[in-house]
Ligand binder design. Structure first.
Ligand SMILES: *[C@@H]1O[C@H](CO)[C@@H](O)[C@H](O)[C@H]1NC(C)=O
Ligand SMILES: *[C@@H]1O[C@H](CO)[C@@H](O)[C@H](O)[C@H]1NC(C)=O
Ligand SMILES: *[C@@H]1O[C@H](CO)[C@@H](O)[C@H](O)[C@H]1NC(C)=O
Ligand SMILES: *[C@@H]1O[C@H](CO)[C@@H](O)[C@H](O)[C@H]1NC(C)=O
Ligand SMILES: CC(=O)N[C@H]1CO[C@H](CO)[C@@H](O)[C@@H]1O
Length: 265
């Protein structure tokens, strides 16, 4: 069983440092395809092109809406992490929308979590997915470098940080229509001189329990395939997890890390 789970994990290698240059979208292959130049395609383009302005118009940086009538109705969601400027947010959403249009040319459903210039999220489908916890399809990327310090000690610190952050992210903080509801960015000091920087988010419409389950699954998937690596990303339709040894996002601008227990001169 375990073997089969591992087989279904798609591992992509991160190009140098950062996944900004790597496609961060996933087309849902088992939800079918639409006919080119159909009303569905037109509606998809319409709803995605209005997402940047619709998301930034909301205080919570989260927008959920739909365009058209069944069976050509397209449901779409867009979101930026709390603290994003309007400009960064709309740039990111535009990029995510362009990516899914280009890379999912006829798929009825897709999602994207680009990390540049901020972390954002775009998803569309022909069915409403509001409040539903969707773990598949998953996309896992990892850094090719290995941890070169004591792996046992590293794993203990990493697991502690993940557990603390999953608890924080899954506790509802706000409303189901505000992107800070299930979001957290944090860091942990790593012996000797580096920090682990991690970012987690569930879509705000998820229940605490579903959010926790989604992030837990992502942390476990990462650990079982790539636990010795220097960084990674696990994306799912309903949640996002990333960690690395450097500050890859503006999300860490306001994060302070407690001094490590041992400092090397
Ligand atoms: C959504 O699209 C799929 C694939 O084309 C189709 O099987 C399904 O019936 C559609 N659902 C709705 C609600 O239109
Ligand atoms: C779709 O529309 C474009 C632009 O109008 C056209 O060039 C293309 O041939 C059309 N494709 C199909 C399959 O009808
Ligand atoms: C960092 O803090 C400043 C001042 O409180 C705030 O304006 C800004 O949005 C914060 N940045 C992030 C990414 O949260
Ligand atoms: C790694 O750290 C653990 C716990 O501190 C220690 O027991 C172990 O001997 C260390 N291993 C190496 C190779 O230094
Ligand atoms: C809720 C909301 O602001 N919806 C808007 C999304 O964008 C389209 C196109 O700009 C508007 O028509 C909607 O009113």
């Amino acid at each position: 069983m375990k073997q089969r789970t591992l087989f279904s994990i798609l591992c992509f290698v991160l190009i140098s440092s950062g996944f900004a240059s790597v496609s961060a979208q996933k087309c849902t292959e088992d939800k079918g395809t639409f006919i080119p130049n159909s009303t569905y395609e037109l509606n998809r383009r319409l709803v995605l092109s209005s997402l940047p302005s619709n998301v930034t118009a909301q205080d919570g940086l989260y927008y959920s809406g739909s365009i058209g009538q069944e069976p050509n109705r397209v449901y779409a969601v867009g979101m930026c992490i709390p603290g994003s400027t309007s400009e960064d947010c709309s740039d990111c959403i535009r990029k995510a929308s362009d990516e899914v249009l280009k890379n999912c040319p006829k798929q009825t459903e897709a999602y994207s979590w680009p990390g540049d210039p901020t972390l954002c999220y775009v998803r569309y489908s022909n069915t409403s997915f509001s409040g539903s916890a969707d773990l598949d399809p998953q996309l896992l990327l990892y850094n090719t470098g290995d941890i070169n310090s004591n792996l046992t000690e590293f794993t203990t610190i990493w697991e502690g940080l993940m557990a603390r952050m999953i608890a924080t992210a899954s506790t509802a903080k706000s409303t189901p229509s505000s992107s800070d509801n299930h979001y957290t960015a944090d860091a942990a000091a790593l012996i000797p001189i580096r920090n682990i920087y991690a970012l987690m988010q569930c879509t705000p419409d998820l229940s605490s329990r579903d959010c926790e389950n989604c992030l837990r699954q992502s942390a476990d998937d990462y650990q079982s395939c790539c636990g010795q690596r220097q960084g990674g990303v696990v994306m799912r339709p309903s949640c996002f997890l990333r960690w690395d040894l450097y500050t890859y996002s503006k999300a860490f601008d306001n994060i302070t890390v407690a001094s490590p227990p041992v400092t090397v001169p």
